[in-house]
Design a protein around this ligand. Structure first.
Ligand SMILES: [Zn+2]
Length: 467
């Protein structure tokens, strides 16, 4: 069976064949850096990180472009409110996003272009659109440039809407000489006190949609494979990107993939709800890898309705995987990843990135591996663990990988391990002389210090209590 994805534009699952053999170009609408990210923002990053890792596993060389929108109305408002420069707001929040992506194990994109660094490309795209009769500068000289939606018969094809039923474009304040209320701003003419860049039609700043078209085609070519983003971007953002680029004569994206949103109590994340779910707060509740597991476990197109309980369940599920691998590593002295993943795992991911089915395969392996350990079948357990590492690597969740194994202070862990070993030897000695009260006291005092002792067929082992 071949790799296939649900394509929003085709409204069906389609077999995936890249434009160029062996290579995949992927564009993801990244952060609008007006505030630090909450988990709703980073879910998209995790979903597309898994897609990218799976494409790489499948042998494709992936060029992954994720942009940064570093100028918009809200960034300007925040800067005014704090009496700082707009770029201070963007810089600060871009760093928060980068930190969040890194913390959750999202591999850095191949390129991460910023909108304001691509004004010449945007001017060129506007010129092509104006020349072809698809865009016009506002006749009032405001510097606004609009896309003429009626000039493009396919307008609405991505979001499956008829133009007559569409709402007016809300992206330009104050309706400055538009021909049709649905015409959207490619460029916003300068207003007093706002940052602006010069164009042949007057000074102003980029419209959001234009940025993405200009950056996607600059780095990935006129036609590229996959365009991704959150479901809330389908209209107007992606509809407008598609219209601009096609009207200008580019092929643009061949497949459109959208991740489902993250809600809370059934509602879309708002700023007030989102504040409690900022990434630094979340990684105090659970470890980053557990948060990644939580955000990545559901199918990318499904809605995640956030709850602390579901987060705790996800963390516990991850700890079962981790516990098994740690035990095998202790028994065997180390686990090398297997060369390939099991077929059923591959089938699950090939089928529109079925991560939940793939995780079912992972947990089946953990159960089987634990039975093998209980029976003392070390070799069988080691084989299962090797396959597990390879599967988990594709999901960015391998507990023994550099990313996650190095997440704790290993130097300190060695010291603790030596101290706990001394205590455990004394406990063994107490048991040997049948002084069970002393043996239990040692275990209880370790427990009070946050160290969980477990007796296994291979002797006692310890781990730090979580949560
Ligand atoms: Zn975009």
């Amino acid at each position: 069976m071949s790799l296939r994805f649900y394509d929003t534009r085709a409204r069906t699952v389609r077999d995936f064949t890249p434009l160029h053999e062996g290579r995949v170009s992927l564009y993801l609408c990244g952060a609008t850096v007006q505030a630090p990210p909450h988990i709703g923002h980073i879910r998209s990053g995790v979903n597309f990180d898994i897609l990218r890792r799976w494409l790489t596993y499948r042998g494709y060389e992936v060029t992954f472009c994720r942009n940064v929108t570093d100028i918009d109305d809200k960034i300007i408002r925040v800067a005014k409110a704090e009496d700082i420069q707009w770029w201070q707001v963007s810089e600060r929040n871009q760093r928060a996003f980068t930190w969040a992506y890194d913390t959750l194990g999202c591999l850095p994109p191949t390129v991460e272009p910023r909108a304001t660094g691509h004004v010449p490309e945007m001017i060129e795209l506007m010129r092509r659109l104006i020349d072809r009769g698809h865009a016009y500068p506002a006749a009032d000289g405001s510097g606004d440039v609009y896309f003429d939606v009626r000039s493009f018969p396919d307008y609405g094809s991505l979001s499956n809407q008829r133009i007559d039923q569409m709402r007016a474009a809300a992206d330009s304040e104050g309706e400055r000489d538009k021909r049709d209320p649905r015409d959207f701003a490619l460029w916003k003419g300068a207003r007093p006190g706002e940052p602006s860049w010069r164009t042949p039609w007057g000074p102003g700043r980029p419209g959001w949609h234009l940025e993405c078209s200009a950056m996607a085609t600059k780095y990935l070519g006129d036609t590229f494979d996959i365009h991704g983003g959150g479901l809330d971007l389908v209209f107007p953002h992606h509809e407008n990107e598609l219209a601009q680029s096609r009207a200008a004569g580019d092929g643009f994206a061949r497949y459109w993939l959208h991740n489902g949103l993250l809600t809370m109590g059934g509602e879309k994340m708002s700023k007030s709800l989102g504040n409690s779910l900022l990434i630094p707060q979340m990684v105090r509740k659970v470890r980053p890898v557990e948060l990644r597991y939580y955000l990545g476990q559901a199918h990318y197109r499904s809605i995640i309705d956030y709850s602390d309980e579901a987060l705790a369940e996800a963390a516990a599920a991850y700890q079962r995987i981790e516990g098994f691998l740690t035990r095998v590593a202790e028994v065997t002295g180390g686990i090398q990843p297997a060369a390939t993943v099991p077929d059923e795992f591959a089938l699950a991911l090939d089928d529109d990135l079925g991560v939940s089915q793939a995780l079912a395969v992972v947990h089946g392996h953990v159960r089987e591996g634990n039975s093998a350990l209980a029976e003392g079948a070390k070799e069988r357990a080691a084989g299962i663990a090797a396959r597990l590492r390879t599967m988990l690597d594709v999901l960015g969740l391998d507990p023994l990988s550099e990313q996650w194994a190095g997440a704790e202070d290993t130097g300190l862990r060695e010291v603790v391990d030596a101290l706990v070993t001394v205590a455990l030897e004394q406990r063994q000695a107490a048991r040997a002389r049948k002084d069970y009260a002393a043996a239990d006291e040692i275990r209880d005092r370790l427990g009070a210090a946050g160290i969980l002792v477990e007796d296994t067929p291979h002797g006692p082992r310890w781990e730090l209590k979580r949560g």
